[in-house]
Write a protein that binds this ligand. Structure first.
Ligand code: PMP
Length: 361
């Protein structure tokens, strides 16, 4: 097999090679049934078994309590920006949002279309390089929910703590850090994540929602966006993203085989320690994020002279280190190092960074 590149893309992101190989082996003829998963009825026994195994494996991986439903929906994380207020925010109610970057801002702007939004805290005074501590938050006592993004994929800003919101349900966008380390699901009312980072291919968003939050959708809420309809129909009110769901199931199996989220935490810690350690020690590369808010998954960094950016990227590509260009809104570089990338990928990146610094720094 040809040697695959190290893909540092923020999403759609690298998938485990073993998962791709398995999907390839099963593509034409799934388990001797003479057809591919893509060609199966979602109502067939075979597909239902694939779907429920994926759900059970995710439940096992995150130890999801039995009073939570897991939904496999479409429309990406962005659709949840609307779906959440349509289901959880009563017309006269208020939702609290914490703004730490582009994604949490998009979520709160969308919610404003549906009701009162209170920006309970913002990282703006910190130039989005640090997360305001909860002592700075102005929470609404009877808010319908509190929303935040645990990891800002573009800014590279991640919570290393879970907010305390008492009886007010906590809603979190975990698109870019779900499954990267253990998580106490019971602290949340709703967790959602677009699949195309740590879960599987795009076309799917996973929603883990406490049962008592289901069944309160507004009358104007489209049927397709009503959590109750989705939950009552096992996420198959309409035809789901069958192949993405199947492939995510293969990723969950792979994760279990790797030792689950505890093993991922160890591996991800080693990866980010190596990369940040190198950046901080270099004097040529910088990362501006406060130490306690540095993302384990998305590491933005700058070169001392941005005129070298292009050469850096050309050299990286030539070495099979792909997609290191930072998001257009922040510039510089960004290395996304999700579960599917091993320590070897970060070692290869750091070796290249050191070589580039030596030659051009
Ligand atoms: N939230 C976060 C934290 C993200 O990183 C992204 C996508 N990069 C989104 C939401 C939007 O996801 P989608 O493209 O699945 O709508």
């Amino acid at each position: 097999m040809s040697k695959r590149a190290y893909n540092f893309c923020a999403g759609p992101a690298a998938l485990p090679e073993a998962v791709l190989q398995r999907a390839q082996a099963e593509l034409l003829d799934w388990q001797g049934k003479g057809l591919s998963v893509m060609e199966m009825s979602h109502r067939s026994d075979d597909y239902m078994a694939i779907a429920s195994k994926a759900e059970q494996d995710l439940r096992d991986l995150l130890d999801v309590p039995s009073n939570y439903k897991i939904l496999f929906l479409q429309g990406g994380a962005s659709q949840q920006f609307a779906e959440i207020p349509l289901n959880l925010l009563p017309e006269e109610g208020t939702a609290d949002y914490v703004e730490t970057g582009i994604w949490s801002r998009k979520a709160l702007e969308e919610a404003r279309r549906y009701g009162n939004v209170n920006v309970a805290a913002t990282a703006r005074p910190y130039d989005y390089f640090a997360i305001p501590g909860q002592n700075e938050w102005r929470l609404t006592p009877d808010a319908a929910y509190v929303h935040y993004a645990s990891n800002e994929t573009i800014g590279g800003l991640q919570f290393d703590w879970i907010p305390q919101t008492g009886d007010v349900p906590l809603v979190v966008d975990m698109s870019s850090d779900l499954l990267s380390r253990p998580l106490d699901v019971s602290r949340f009312g709703l967790i959602y994540a677009g699949a195309q980072k740590n879960i599987g291919p795009s076309g799917l968003v996973v929603v883990i929602v406490r049962e008592d939050l289901i069944g309160h959708a507004r009358t104007v809420c489209p049927t397709m966006l009503d959590y109750k309809i989705a939950a009552d129909n096992g996420s198959m009110y309409n035809t789901p993203a069958t192949f993405s769901w199947y492939l995510s199931g293969l990723v969950f199996e792979w994760l279990k085989g790797q030792g689950g989220v505890a093993a991922m935490e160890q591996r991800n810690r080693a990866k980010k320690d190596l990369l940040y350690g190198y950046i901080d020690g270099s004097g040529f590369y910088t990362n501006p994020i406060a130490l306690n808010a540095r993302s384990w998954m998305n590491v933005p960094f700058r070169l001392a002279d941005e005129r070298l950016d292009k050469d850096f990227l050309v050299g990286a590509d030539a070495r099979g280190l792909l997609n290191l260009k930072g998001h257009r809104s922040v510039g510089g570089m960004r290395a996304s190092i999700y579960n599917a990338l091993g320590l070897d990928a970060v070692e290869a990146l750091v070796a290249y960074m050191a070589e580039f610094e030596k030659e051009r720094g």
